[in-house]
Design a binder for this molecule. Structure first.
Ligand code: FES
Length: 146
């Protein structure tokens, strides 16, 4: 079987899909490999992510990894969410085929972009670890996370 049971479960029943109307941080990123898009909304209270929702124009693996990623950061302090990697999300799904790993990057980068947006809205400096490669111009115009 190409996809694990967990991947199929999160693809067929994605958690936390939608948007948060008055979110505290919103991030949108594009995948330079396939052009797909991910948008992430965060509600943050006292440094803790109390709610998270996502919308994607992406493939099944993007949906499954985002669904799992939202579950992993919900209820967590922002410092913890900041360190979530796409590899950790894929591992929580019992793995992804190697050629679909790039899809999982969308979730990680959208969370980072939403957290960076939160810092900006608060008028606080954006931590270095939240800076995306595109902000240094590496991804060019395919990325719209800022
Ligand atoms: Fe684009 Fe998976 S093929 S996110």
């Amino acid at each position: 079987m190409l996809y694990t049971e967990k991947v199929m479960d999160h693809f067929e029943h994605p958690r936390n899909v939608g948007e948060i109307e008055n979110a505290d941080g919103v991030g949108q990123v594009g995948n330079p490999k396939c052009g797909d898009i991910m948008k992430m909304y965060l509600k943050i209270d006292d440094g803790v992510i109390t709610d998270v929702k996502f919308k994607t124009f992406g493939c099944g693996s993007a949906i499954a990894t985002s669904s799992m990623a939202t579950e992993l950061i919900k209820g967590k302090p922002i410092e913890e969410a900041m360190t979530l990697t796409n590899a950790a999300v894929a591992e929580a799904l019992d793995g992804l085929p190697a050629y679909k790993m790039h899809c999982s990057v969308l979730a990680e980068e959208a969370i980072k972009a939403a957290l960076a947006d939160y810092y900006r809205r608060q008028g606080r400096p954006v931590p270095e670890s939240l800076r995306l490669p595109c902000e240094d111009g590496e991804h060019g115009s395919c990325c719209s996370c800022h």
